[in-house]
Design a protein around this ligand. Sequence first.
Ligand SMILES: Cc1cc2nc3c(=O)[nH]c(=O)nc-3n(C[C@H](O)[C@H](O)[C@H](O)COP(=O)(O)OP(=O)(O)OC[C@H]3O[C@@H](n4cnc5c(N)ncnc54)[C@H](O)[C@@H]3O)c2cc1C
Length: 638
Amino acid sequence: MPLDGKIPSGPLSAKWDKHKFDSKLVNPANKRKFDVIVVGSGLAGASAAASLAELGYKVQCFCFQDSPRRAHSIAAQGGINAAKNYPNDGDSIQRLFYDTIKGGDFRAREANVYRLAQVSGNIIDQCVAQGVPFAREYGGLLSNRSFGGAQVSRTFYARGQTGQQLLLGAYQALSRQIGLGAVQMFPRTEMLDLVVIEGQAKGIVVRNLVTGEITSHAADAVVLATGGYGNVFFLSTNAKGCNVTATWRAYKKGAFFANPCYTQIHPTCIPVSGEHQSKLTLMSESLRNDGRVWVPKRKEDCSKPPSSIPDSDRDYFLERKYPSFGNLAPRDISSRSAKEVCDEGRGVGPGGLGVYLDFADSIKRLSLNVVRERYGNLFDMYEKITGENAYEVPMRIYPAVHYTMGGSWVDYNLMSNLPGLFVLGEANFSDHGANRLGASALMQGLADGYFVLPYTIGHYFASAKPAKAPVSHPEFKKTEESVRVLTQKLLSIKGKRTPTSLHRELGKLLWEKCGMSRNEAGLKEALKRIPELRAEFWKNVNVTGENGELNQSLEYAGRVADFMEFAELLCLDALHRRESCGGHFRQEFQTPDGEAKRDDENFSYVAAWEYQGSNQQPTMHKEALVYEEVHMSTRSYK
Ligand SMILES: Cc1cc2nc3c(=O)[nH]c(=O)nc-3n(C[C@H](O)[C@H](O)[C@H](O)COP(=O)(O)OP(=O)(O)OC[C@H]3O[C@@H](n4cnc5c(N)ncnc54)[C@H](O)[C@@H]3O)c2cc1C
């Protein structure tokens, strides 16, 4: 079935304005008649919940943390893009749009990306009005720096804590609405299923993580803003709680899952230091503004102290291979280049899985104080984890799983194929194609929540006029029962392996067979092994504790159970996509100089998968990517 993205007609630059004008409105007095459930209180969820409540809708907002403030968004470091062109260096909406489409290797929907660039400036104005302390120039103007895949400086930042400051802004707006009674907040509450009645999303079933109570919540629309699934790889830069449960369980209720194989591997993370590790730490891409990436030219030099290796014996491989973008080549390309030099035996540090990120030149050029001013908290974090002072010796970095471009399929209105189910932020697939450029996730999450959903959800209410379904409806009762049965099943197995050990094994398999580079044989091996591992999980997992108490082993086991199923879809998607694009690098499809080789003739589409039942092959639907104004070209950063 071809999928309709509901892209408005007309010239690209006029689509969003025209669409807003054509959209039906809900009269202010009628807005309070509509209930909206927002699952997630990160940047996408908090901004959506606050904006919808401000408009007058009745909102219930859910998160599994103890406070909305602890959503994973708080970890975002480097910045948020916007086409303000404050540095006067040639930026524009068109350029931000084009960079983002090109950065995504021409696998994103053109109209969505243009809209994202259009509203980017509004986000900054909104956040400044909230008091977000963005870095400023001496004269007071907001300061900008560069991120990968761009030749202009358009990234707004608050030191290395941009996500934290933006989330505090959104949280204030949310708190105001909680105080006014317009948002009812449910922290420590996990959505465990979506309720669909006559094909429309009507509510959710949740578990109170403190008491274990399972309850239903009904609404006229359900908004999932539940973040990304990078933790399917076990080791990632994501917060430990990030998971796929909400979008996966929605998938099993009929919401299509798009491009699950598009995973972003970030080039600058602290290398893995041993088997004991349960998460990896990002060193923000902003560091590549001033840090130079290199490895020794000769294998024999890899164990020498870096300071003893003269410049002439160093390979600044990004500057060498991509002279126009240098150290700010996009993430997929930079990650693969780092892997390549390590595979050649020129990696540094334990196991040879590391490259240097060196600030010596910048410290000489700018002074230590300036470098500390820009990146001090990142240097401190690096020292705490590695015990090394990066002002004196280069940082060691290596690529790690960081972000997931795939997610629930949504149309231009951010609505899934299930009427009434909207998906925002990292949880949807919408704007980044096969590779996300740095500083664009925060932009997308806030665009979705502050500036897109408030318009499109109103149109849904006014045009579809969805009928109410109370929680006494049998479908809610049936769904509650299935959640109870699943919870009891997890607790009753009492096997020998911890959820962590099974998750680690799954993650390792995915990293090896479906990580930075993939091939048909490896993917087939993974597809054979995943069902075996899943069977082992259901036979041998040991979930400690009980249901009626705070039980993190139980919470985690439920999320791992979903990863065990989802991993198979991820590999299936990677196997079917017989091309390389962005973060999806199939070894069989590369140019003679090792770059990703796209196949636009056969694969310029979004792959949206439809669940067909357990152990059944899902059905793939295609949304053709039709570019009206952009010419699809081979990406070059040389
Ligand atoms: C270390 C790090 C640094 C980053 N730095 C940057 C950066 O500088 N710039 C940039 O643009 N991007 C950055 N990113 C990416 C960016 O942080 C994320 O993509 C973005 O914050 C995701 O926001 P979100 O609102 O979609 O989801 P999240 O912030 O992950 O929020 C998800 C919410 O959903 C809730 N939730 C999830 N599942 C359930 C469930 N089943 N039931 C109830 N609640 C649920 C959670 O409780 C949470 O409130 C970074 C990512 C990492 C890992």
